[in-house]
Design a binder for this molecule. Structure first.
Ligand code: NAD
Length: 393
């Protein structure tokens, strides 16, 4: 068991998008939080932004003023790493750069107590690579929050091959106490969500590149037939084409150029041209002017083809994640519901569609394109051969 309770001081390093959100989560759970950034003005800015966000909740009647005040008063901004000395857990959310993260944790090892737990919020670096040269890598794990950390419940808890089970179980329990939905993921590229969700973007982009449909038709197919809250192009615009492209490229490279994760030239060109999405005013859609979605006279069969093609690719990726023992079936399904707002767990969805149907759809894409990205996962075939489903109910 971890020795972490309400009285444990929590350190957060990096006061940007993620660090400030994580600081709010820990402060809301009653901890004294110490927030540090290499650029002190980012800490000051973070406090102003957090106050504004909390005040909005108070105005809407979703939070009591007293609670909002106590959250802010629990967060202490600091300008020296030495101030972390008494912390029981330090969560790092700085720039995504392996050398910078390794250097930081090397310094923390000299400052903090041997009992202090270290965690990184990295999205794409391996936990083992950040902690490998520490003196005590067994106290180091990944705690991958989703953006915005104050809102999205999912946290992927990621052990490296060197992390002790105690630490992982303790962090898992702590995330529950903080009101989060933790899942355990192996230290593999993209962990669960950033791996399983790749086809939502990649297959949509491929359908567009083939000239089968435009952005709004693809988005409409996923929302109207699949009940996804956002279509792939709306979502890429929200995430940012630069960020989303980079994640795909990293997963592709880290999986030794597996064709399933091949990035899209279209997205690369959009990112290069500065069409980053909402944050730059224009991405796949133009946000500089008020546009209302016009429902056209879409061909239902085509919409259904688009939806089915993207969905079976997502399901295949979820099955592959189970096949590789990256996470349990329950955690894979929970991760996409709580991390990217999918309407249903993908393995549950596979059961509902019928595994033979999923296999046949993938196989016909594979036969047509002769591309590795469409190969059905062997686990899918094995389950069909033994008449199994993912869930028994
Ligand atoms: N933005 C997301 O959607 C998201 C989601 C999950 C995980 N992550 C991960 O979280 C981490 C932070 O991402 P972000 O989006 O919050 O970035 P950000 O750019 O908003 O914030 C990073 C902050 O770290 C500070 N910083 C840089 N180097 C530092 C150092 N050596 N010491 C202390 N502070 C330093 C910067 O000044 C900046 O304020 C990254 O590892 C990223 O991969 C991001």
């Amino acid at each position: 068991m971890l020795n972490i309770n309400n009285n444990t001081d929590i350190g957060v390093i990096g006061a940007g998008t993620m660090g400030s959100g994580i600081a709010q989560v820990a402060a809301s759970a009653g901890h004294a939080v110490y927030l540090y950034d290499a650029n002190f003005s980012s800490c000051e800015k973070a406090i102003v932004n957090l106050k504004n966000g909390l005040n909005k909740l108070v105005d809407k009647g979703k939070l009591e003023q007293k609670k909002a005040d106590s959250i802010i008063s629990n967060i202490h901004i600091i300008d020296k790493l030495e101030n972390f000395q008494k912390c029981g857990l330090i969560i790092e959310a700085i720039i995504e750069d392996l050398d910078v993260k390794r250097t930081l944790f090397g310094k923390l090892e000299d400052i903090c107590e041997p009992t202090c737990i270290f965690a990184s919020n990295t999205s794409s670096l391996s936990i083992g690579s950040i902690s490998g040269n520490l003196k005590n890598p067994e106290r180091f794990a990944g705690l991958h929050f989703f953006n915005p950390a104050q809102v999205l419940p999912l946290v992927e808890v990621v052990p490296s091959v060197l992390t002790s089970d105690n630490i992982i179980n303790g962090l898992y329990d702590l995330m529950k106490v903080w009101g989060k939905t933790p899942v355990i993921a192996k230290d593999t590229p993209g962990f669960i969500v950033n791996k399983v969700a790749r086809p939502y973007y990649g297959e949509a982009l491929k359908i567009y590149e083939e000239g089968l449909a435009d952005f709004s038709e693809i988005d409409f197919a996923m929302k109207s037939i699949g009940s996804f809250k956002m279509g792939p192009f709306e979502l890429m615009d929200l995430i940012g084409n630069d960020v989303n492209y980079k994640v795909t490229e990293t997963v592709f490279t880290e999986f030794y150029y597996d064709g399933r994760y091949k990035p899209s030239i279209t997205q690369k060109r959009y990112a290069e041209a500065g069409l980053l999405g909402r944050k730059s005013g224009r991405g796949f859609y133009d946000y500089s002017k008020e546009t209302t979605f016009e429902e056209k006279n879409y061909d239902y069969n085509k919409l259904n083809y688009i939806f089915t093609r993207i969905l079976v690719m997502l399901i295949n990726e979820a099955i592959d994640t189970l096949y590789r023992n990256i996470a349990s079936k329950e955690d894979i399904d929970l991760a996409v519901i709580k991390g990217v707002n999918y309407p249903k767990g993908l393995l549950k969805w596979a059961d509902e569609l019928g595994l033979e149907f999923v296999y046949d759809e993938l196989n016909s894409l594979y036969t047509l394109y002769l591309e590795d990205r469409y190969r059905p996962c062997p686990l899918l075939k094995k389950m069909i051969d033994s008449s199994k489903k993912f869930y028994n109910e």
